[in-house]
Design a binder for this molecule. Structure first.
Ligand SMILES: Cc1cc2nc3c(=O)[nH]c(=O)nc-3n(C[C@H](O)[C@H](O)[C@H](O)COP(=O)(O)OP(=O)(O)OC[C@H]3O[C@@H](n4cnc5c(N)ncnc54)[C@H](O)[C@@H]3O)c2cc1C
Length: 415
């Protein structure tokens, strides 16, 4: 297993559970990849590299959490609630989809976006029928009142791509898997403590229990093949020769896989995500997160010791100095959580992930490869594999499960 992000951990877990001997090689000093927690000296506490929102209907995440004994490590409101604030008008509302599959909440003014009508939401059906090359704004009317307060924030957050360029059919698929399965499937979930505490540390412990070995600081530099199969792996200063029974799952990022695997087409355009963390404890009864429209911040999350901002598809902010971004975003945080206007900005950190995810455009989706490769002993995993989902934890874990399944099939079936 090469790469200990969510995809690599998920694949390793499935294989180790099946009593396959697993060695996990990770280039970095810790596991989790783009989904991890660490101590930040500026803020003075542990933070997540980025705020990650999951939903109760993420079936692969739930299966993974159960397998590593961390099913109760995510928290969320008892029912499906998405609180929003319009920073331009000061108006607040809470999206409250009903639990079941029949979406009667569309007809309930107190559960939907103010000023919207039931028919506005039914336009989601157009996304399902959208041609592969269509973008979100080619299918949904960007001038409609619901667009700015519903489609736009959800599309940008889900796709990490501007609605003008993001794939309509991918968003449609995602909505079918979430809203289409009823409000209960959309119940938002976040880690009680942190990403590593929920998704990474328990997985490493479980892998240890199952006898898998994990080697940090071990970067795969090249792999050699003989036309029929992958025959060796070249780590810095160490060559691992593969036996006839040995198989490799490459669970690295798309650019790294593109460099390592001859002739592999991978997504090659990316979008940034900006996170800003502020050391302030909001009241424990305040919402776990607030969606914002009309400001710079898009979502603010309440963590144990920090309030954290997310801005998706944030490429235009990447070159702004952190010293400018921190006060700009802090203004939105103060409004989102009704903090005293005079409250001074606390200790902060700005985290810029320039290549947070691949751009979910129709052209990039066409570049996503399948799990299997032309070498029967090499499978691919990662959020950039053709999972049918955007680059998410759910997609990464599904890709890992699929790679593990492919590696357990007899070689003849892999071709
Ligand atoms: C800021 C941010 C916010 C996000 N928000 C959300 C969210 O709200 N909800 C959600 O579901 N998803 C979210 N995501 C996406 C989610 O984090 C990713 O989809 C997921 O973590 C990808 O996992 P992965 O295993 O595919 O890749 P990665 O996490 O990138 O893992 C790849 C691993 O391979 C290692 N590696 C690379 N090259 C080599 C090599 N040559 N040899 C050995 N190891 C190597 C890397 O060090 C890394 O550990 C967010 C991402 C970011 C960055």
């Amino acid at each position: 297993m090469i790469g200990a992000g969510m995809a690599g951990l998920a694949a390793a877990l499935r294989l180790a559970e099946a009593r396959v001997a697993v060695t996990l090689y990770e280039a970095g000093p810790q596991a989790g990849g783009r989904c991890r927690s660490y101590f930040d000296a500026s803020v003075g506490c542990r933070i997540d590299n980025g705020n990650h929102l999951m939903i109760a209907g993420n079936t692969a995440i739930m299966s993974y959490l159960r397998a590593i004994g961390a099913a109760d490590s995510l928290i969320g409101p008892p029912e499906t609630l998405y609180p929003f604030l319009d920073l331009k008008t000061g108006e607040r509302w809470t999206l409250r989809p009903n639990r079941g599959r029949v979406p009667w909440w569309f007809w309930s003014a107190s559960r939907r976006v103010p000023g919207s009508k039931a028919g506005d939401y039914l336009r989601a059906l157009r996304l399902r029928r959208a041609p592969r090359e269509a973008t979100v704004t080619q299918v949904l009317d960007a001038r409609s009142p619901l667009f700015r307060r519903f489609w736009q924030p959800l599309a940008v957050a889900a796709l990490n791509t501007e609605a003008q360029l993001g794939s309509a059919s991918l968003l449609g698929h995602l909505f079918a898997e979430s809203f289409g399965r009823g409000g209960a499937a959309c119940r938002p979930l976040v880690p009680r403590v942190g990403l590593s505490e929920s998704l990474v540390d328990p997985a490493l412990a479980k892998l240890g229990d199952l006898g898998a070995s994990v080697r940090f600081g071990t970067r795969l530099r090249a792999l050699a093949e003989d036309g029929a199969r992958v025959v060796s792996l070249d780590f810095d200063g160490e060559t691992v020769t593969l036996g006839a029974e040995d198989r490799v799952v490459l669970a690295v990022t798309a650019p790294v896989a593109g460099r390592l695997v001859p002739g592999l087409t991978v997504p090659d355009a990316f979008r940034a995500i900006l996170n800003a963390h502020y050391r302030v404890a909001a009241p424990a009864d305040a919402p776990l997160f607030v969606g914002l429209v009309g400001g710079t911040a898009e979502w603010v999350f309440r963590k144990q010791e920090v309030l954290s901002v997310t801005v998706s598809a944030a490429d235009q902010l990447m070159d702004s100095p952190a010293e400018e971004l921190a006060p700009l975003l802090w203004r939105d945080v103060v409004r989102a959580y009704d903090l005293p206007a005079e409250q001074a900005m606390p200790a902060w950190q700005v985290v810029k992930e320039r290549r947070a995810t691949f751009a979910a455009t129709p052209a990039q989706l066409a570049r996503r490869p399948a799990t299997e490769t032309r070498w029967p002993n090499l499978a691919l995993a990662g959020d950039w594999i053709d999972t049918g989902l955007p680059a998410t934890i759910e997609g990464a874990i599904r890709s890992g499960f699929a790679a593990a399944a492919a590696m357990r099939r007899p070689p003849a079936q892999n071709t």
